[in-house]
Structures are given as structure tokens and as C-alpha cells.
Design a protein around this ligand. Sequence first.
Ligand SMILES: C[S@@+](CC[C@H](N)C(=O)[O-])C[C@H]1O[C@@H](n2cnc3c(N)ncnc32)[C@H](O)[C@@H]1O
Length: 312
Amino acid sequence: MTETPGHVPVLVEEVADFLLARRSGPFKMIDGTLGLGGHSSLILRRNAAAELLGIDRDEAALRRATEALGFANGRAHLVKGAFSSMTEHASSLGWHLVDAVLLDLGVSSIQIDSPERGFSIRNDGPLDMRMDKKSSKTAARVLNNSTETELARIFRVGGVRGAGKLARAIVERAREKPWRRTEELVELCERVLGKGKRSLPPATLCFQALRIFVNDELKELERALPAAVSLLRPGGRLAVISFHSLEDRMVKHFFRREASECLCPPGLPACVCGQKPKLKVLTGKPVTASEKELAENSRSASAKLRVAEKLP
Ligand SMILES: C[S@@+](CC[C@H](N)C(=O)[O-])C[C@H]1O[C@@H](n2cnc3c(N)ncnc32)[C@H](O)[C@@H]1O
């Protein structure tokens, strides 16, 4: 019932249990990464009084979610936009405090499985990678117009080993022939970085790094985390699922900082920072998929869920 055709939500029971714990009756939730509405659908079904603000940058995802959440007459408010602007979207509904915020980062299976979107290393398509088709920054533009230093940084940040070598090869090739297709980039990644003996093919990390840059994903997350905390009412919960170590680290450090009682540099004789903890972290270690989920959905293998609760 919670599976949306084309995308199987990960850790869906765990997310619903964390976000709905101790709550019945009125419940306002923001799903900043609505996708096909898998997580939101379960929450709206479990709590008949729950109201949802669902946000996604992708118009195709919003169309699918509108169908999937049709049962929730009037309880689901869906908007196209970036989750970094959740405060503005919430206030246009007159929402100033909410009970839960969910961010299920990255792309959905329908985005990856649509070759024309350019996210996949498996099926050839245009080098696009935009979640929001109205944005002007495509992967091809980035590859054709960036300097070697800029590209090396994009790949290094994304954890690609051999980022410098790859950047050089991309720039050299762009001088002869502009980048257009995903299969050309997969072929270059394999030629420059090898096919890889590790679990992930080198092209996977390279595509992920480029996608993160094209969609400004790290900045989005950096802005969204404090916005979500400000929107939560005391006892409200923030859940974040990440699929990349970079994002998981950002969430972990943010939670740790917001939960700490003192941010003074070590060695000071007494606390002078006046820090007041805003969050209680509910997941010491990130929650990962069960054996059962792993067997049913390979996408869940790299998913990490962290949850924190707003303190009074
Ligand atoms: C992993 S999918 C979410 C799947 C969803 N939880 C479900 O169950 O169907 C991530 C979705 O978030 C969207 N997205 C990613 N970053 C975004 C951002 N900064 N603002 C708004 N939407 C974003 C993507 O377009 C994609 O549809």
C-alpha cells in the first residue's frame, strides 16, 4: 500500500514511526522531498488528521504525487519549489510551526530510470541531470564551460578518486567536441578511472558528484536544516535520509551542534558562548535498512536515517 509505482520509498515504516510517535490528532508535516509521495502517503493514512505540505522541484514528480495522494482530499498541499524555501512555502499556508519535517535526499527511481533526465549511468541520454527542468544549469553546460580546476573540485567534493585526472580529460575532450550524452561520460570515466573493483563503478560517483553540483544539493541542505529546526514546534521531529556520506556527515554535524550545550573552543576555563541546545538527537547511530528491506530494494543499501526532536 505504501509502494508508489516506479519508486519504492526507503525506511518508510521507520520514518512514519519516528515522525508520528506520541502524536495523534492535529499534525502538520512538511515533506521537502515529496517525490512520488511514498513516505507522506503512509503518514497521511496512519493519521487521518494529518496535513501535509509537500515540496518538490520536479514537476513530473509532483504530478505523480498528486495522483498518489488523491485519497487525502484537502489534507495535502503540494507545491513546486526548493526545500531550502520551506519557510516561505509554509507561511503561504499560514503555517508558522509544524510537527514534523522530512528530507529524503537525492533523486527518485523514476528520475534515475528515465534516460532523458540524464541521471543514469546505465541508459544513454542527454547530459541533463536537472531536478528542476526550468533551471538553466545542465550537466552538459557544466562539463563544457567549467575550468579544469572547477571540475576537479566538483569531483573531489563528491569523493571521486582521481578527480584531477578526470577533470583534465573532460576539459581536453570538450575542446574537440562538446559534451552531449551520458554514455560518452561513462566511457571516459571508465577509461580514465578504470572499471573499478569496488562495489560502486567509478562513473556512479562521478555522476553523483556532477548531479550534486548541478542541483546545488549541498547548499540546499545547508539552508534547509536550520529552516526546519526553526519551523518545528517543541517536541516536533526532523528526519533526514541521505544516500551520500557527504550529506550524512553534514546532517550528523548539524544535529550534534544543535544538541550541544556549549560551543566554546576547548581549553576555556568557563563557558562563554551562551549556547542553548535546540535539539535532542534520537538516533545515536543512523538507522539503516533491515535485511528484509535490503533484499527487496537494493536502493536502500546506502540509505541512512537520522532523526532529532526539537527541545522546548
Ligand atoms: C529520494 S526522492 C524522494 C522520494 C519520496 N520520499 C517518496 O517516497 O516518493 C527525492 C525527491 O526530492 C526532490 N528534491 C531533491 N532535492 C530537492 C530540493 N532541494 N528541493 C525540492 N525537492 C528536491 C527530487 O526531485 C526527488 O523527487
